[in-house]
Write a protein that binds this ligand. Structure first.
Ligand SMILES: [Zn+2]
Length: 278
């Protein structure tokens, strides 16, 4: 499943490739699951809209749309900005393709662009979601790369759940998934099962720094392969980020050589070093 760094990388790639283009027409498939807004509303919002920008909010890709309307531009009030929101779910991908490229199985939406290209949404498992909103989209939780250390610490105050579960709680922090939660806890030296409220001020400070570092490094690692990901089906590029604990059960800790442990917390696996993490 794409996590925050992957979504950030994809959003940057789409922004580079699509900003300024205009959506001429939209085709939607017949499967209802991927459509979180009524199909007619998606089509009417997207068609003839200009792509003003693409960015990440939490784990959502937000496509800012603008509309060339003489009526609107003559008015003093700010132009109403609709947005196209894409959540990739488990297996969703946005592909930029030339129209003569065969349409892949499990394609649920095709946007035909003025540049002659198509933007296609492909999702075999159909956990991805497409929606349109008329006013500013907001993710439910705080943005991990923008939240301050005080607000970050406040999120975990008096919270009785394991810190790992709190990090995954999207209403607290938006966009942190299993991999980066494990990696952040390792760098902070905090065991995943610790009650969130039990973390000391110093531990919260370390965790804050760790989350920033892990996400930033992963974004940097993914950044070099933006065009591959967007233009084709390459999931390559994201593997440059070396996991220190995630997926390394039984392998030696890169710091102290103790075998990495794997446990299950609320149905999700958690990986940690029993010596480096307390
Ligand atoms: Zn260790």
């Amino acid at each position: 499943m794409p996590e925050l760094p992957e979504v950030e990388t994809i959003a940057r790639g789409l922004a580079q490739n699509l900003t300024g283009d205009v959506i001429e027409s939209v085709w939607l498939g017949s499967k209802p699951e991927p459509l979180k807004s009524p199909p007619g509303e998606i089509v009417s919002t997207l068609e003839r809209a200009r792509i003003a920008g693409v960015r990440r909010v939490g784990k959502h890709i937000v496509v800012d749309l603008s509309r060339q309307s003489s009526v609107v531009s003559r008015q003093k009030k700010p132009k109403q900005q609709a947005q196209w929101i894409v959540h990739l779910g488990m297996t969703g991908r946005l592909l930029i393709a030339q129209p003569d490229v065969a349409v892949a199985k499990h394609t649920h939406a095709i946007l035909r662009l003025r540049s002659g290209r198509e933007l296609r949404f492909v999702d075999p498992r159909r956990f991805g979601r497409l929606a349109v909103v008329r006013h500013g989209f907001q993710a439910p939780g705080s943005e991990p790369l923008e939240v301050g250390v005080e607000s970050f610490a406040g999120l975990f105050h008096q919270r009785k759940t394991p810190i790992k579960s709190a990090l995954l709680n999207q209403s607290l922090l938006s966009g942190i998934g299993n991999i980066y939660a494990d990696e952040s806890l390792f760098r902070a030296g905090v065991r995943p099962r610790r009650r969130a409220a039990s973390l000391t001020r110093a531990e919260l400070q370390r965790l804050y720094v760790a989350v920033q570092e892990v996400l930033s490094e992963a974004i940097a690692a993914g950044g070099s392969s933006v065009s591959d990901y967007v233009d084709s089906n390459g999931d390559a590029g994201f593997f440059q980020f070396q996991h220190r604990v995630y997926g390394r059960e039984g392998e030696p800790c890169l710091v102290c050589r103790t075998p990495i442990k794997r446990i299950v917390i609320a149905g999700r696996s958690a990986h940690y070093c029993p010596k480096c993490q307390r």
